[in-house]
Design a protein. Structure first.
Length: 293
């Protein structure tokens, strides 16, 4: 039986004096507060846990998921967003368009993201992210809501090599495999929090760079709907609690430069904000040591 419709709760993951946990975000005239909660897989509910409520401004918001893997659905938007912008793919082809990103690519709200270097073109891709709540395999679409802990904003950052060059200076090595384009550290900003029990079928997605709207779309324009995407991914791999699925980006993905302020907004969730920092390789080259620590 599908989960009964419940009111949407906002749940953040945060750090408070070195202690990490999840909290319900309560909003009132006195400001947003974080009330400690934990996810109960068997019931699919976020339940209270012992702890003191704190103002959101007094804690550090973290990525609202702790995945073992991040699955990305490529070319899943009718507007042709993503790596091959300009044309979508046939309906039902999601099973052949799943990419994986490592957990080390996670970034949280307000985190800075290092640009990979002058030889790379870094692009934004605003998407709705699904966060899995329970271990699952071969999920039927009509039951997909049962395995979801919540939904959040994502920026599926991708770097494209401008031209072959030598490695070691932040440039793209010759014959650089495209699959690595999404694997850089902090290339998957998530946040600011999860929205539980959100209907993912028709929420708006917007990306702004320094206040300029670059992407505007809706999950209603996905070729393979969100719940079917969960089924496709879980058909091929076991999903663990905390795993993340990025569901597809609308047209308008564009270049980013150091100093750019990127905002991804999704209806019913909120706005994820990150700043692009000076090139990672340029920073590393300025320090004479054999490796970064």
């Amino acid at each position: 039986m599908a989960r009964k419709e419940r009111s949407i709760m906002l749940v953040c993951r945060y750090s408070d004096g070195g202690r990490r946990g999840y909290g319900r975000v309560d909003r009132d005239h006195d400001g947003d507060r974080v009330v400690p909660v934990a996810y109960d897989g068997p019931t699919g509910r976020w339940v209270p846990r012992v702890g003191r409520a704190r103002p959101v401004g007094e804690v550090t918001l973290l990525p609202p998921a702790e995945p073992t893997k991040i699955a990305c659905i490529a070319l899943n938007h009718t507007s042709g967003g993503g790596p091959a912008a300009g044309g979508g793919r046939p309906a039902g082809a999601a099973s052949s368009a799943v990419l994986l990103k490592p957990p080390s690519s996670l970034a949280g709200p307000e985190d800075t993201v290092g640009h990979p270097g002058a030889a790379w073109e870094l692009k934004h891709e605003a998407e709705l992210a699904v966060v899995i709540g329970v271990r699952c395999k071969r999920v039927r679409p009509e039951y997909a809501a049962e395995v979801v802990a919540g939904y959040t904003c994502a920026n599926d950052l991708t770097a494209y090599a401008k031209a072959p060059s030598g490695a070691g200076d932040g440039s793209a090595p010759a014959a650089y495999p495209p699959v690595w384009a999404k694997h850089f550290d902090r290339f998957t900003p998530l946040g600011p929090w999860l929205a539980t029990d959100l209907d993912p079928a028709g929420v708006g997605i917007t990306c702004r760079v320094d206040g300029e709207t670059r992407q505007r779309g809706s999950t209603s324009d996905l070729i393979t709907p969100v719940h079917e995407v969960i089924g496709v991914v879980s058909e091929h791999m076991t999903l663990e609690p905390g795993d993340v699925i990025l569901t597809g980006t609308p047209a308008g993905s564009g270049p980013l430069s150091p100093g750019d302020r990127v905002e991804v907004s999704i209806g019913g969730i909120g706005t994820l904000r990150n700043t692009i920092a000076v090139a990672v390789a340029d920073h590393a080259a300025s320090e004479e040591r054999p490796c970064e620590r």
